[in-house]
Design a protein around this ligand. Sequence first.
Ligand code: GLN
Length: 194
Amino acid sequence: MSSVQGPVGILALQGDFALHAQLLSDSDVETVEVRGAEDLTGVSGLLLPGGESTTIAMGIDRENLKDPIRNLAKAGLPVFGTCAGMVLMSSAHLGLIDMEVERNAFGRQIHSFEADLKIDGLDGPPVRGLFIRAPVVTFVGDAVRVFAEIDGSTVGVKQDNCTAISFHPELVGDARLHLLALGLKQWPELPASS
Ligand code: GLN
């Protein structure tokens, strides 16, 4: 970690960005809302929140944020996407993680559910995962590590400095994954994908 740590940027075009800001501030992490490229100056990490991925993607295009985000990620900035944020990180959108996702993958009849998730390498109790019209990962490239699954479906992945999950720890006040994914704590060694 560098000695001068900038705030964590939270993409604030649509979705539950304010909850992430609250969770991080409760963990004494400074944040800044990102609405345009100028807001990315000096950030130490970037969070892409849940919401409506189609709407957020349109906002990213409108604000010309695609290239700045891609360039920062390429330069090693920690980027963390949750739910719609996971969709945005996939190969079909920003392409920050070599993966394909299926939106709203858990079916129409159960738009939302909760489950305890065992996260590979994470100490303490399981993460209570809230799944709200959640995506699942249907393909990952060789460079991607899977760290969370539910009933055989991939719901947590990491490729280098980029991490994505399909659930909402901000809704249950659990910042453990945020701190790891945003480079504020050291990730434990993840087992190689099989
Ligand atoms: N289903 C939404 C989408 O694909 C994501 C839902 C969420 O972020 N909770 O955009």
